[in-house]
Design a protein around this ligand. Structure first.
Ligand SMILES: [Zn+2]
Length: 114
């Protein structure tokens, strides 16, 4: 999905009365390098829900606050633009440590004055 520019009109502020949300779930089949063949019938080793929310009226995307940018299988993270929440999920019947131990990453911005 390619990012779409906001259609916000600063002269007519939208009250954001309704929302559209897109939720997709990724099944992680392997932590092997991307070029390694994986049997699609393999049981997933993790799942990640990705959530995006935008105003149905004006199309302005909403940002998820309070999460570090990156990807983790242990806690929610957001995309660098904060518009996509990446939340690790597990089947209700799975052990609480399901999906833990897989590699992830975090991005932090630092600002310096020169
Ligand atoms: Zn709106």
């Amino acid at each position: 999905m390619s990012p779409q520019p906001p259609t916000v009109d600063p002269d007519r502020a939208c009250r954001h009365p309704d929302f559209d949300a897109v939720v997709s779930v990724t099944r992680v089949l392997s932590d092997a390098p991307a070029d390694t063949p994986v049997d699609p019938d393999t049981m997933p080793i993790a799942y990640v829900a990705e959530v995006q929310v935008k105003c149905a009226g004006c199309g302005e995307p909403f940002r998820f606050a309070g999460c570090i940018a990156g990807l983790s299988y242990a806690e929610p993270r957001v995309s660098v633009d904060e518009a996509t929440l990446h939340a690790p999920i597990r089947p209700a019947s799975a052990d609480p440590d399901f999906g833990l131990g897989l590699p992830g990453f975090a991005a932090r911005a630092t600002y310096t004055r020169e």
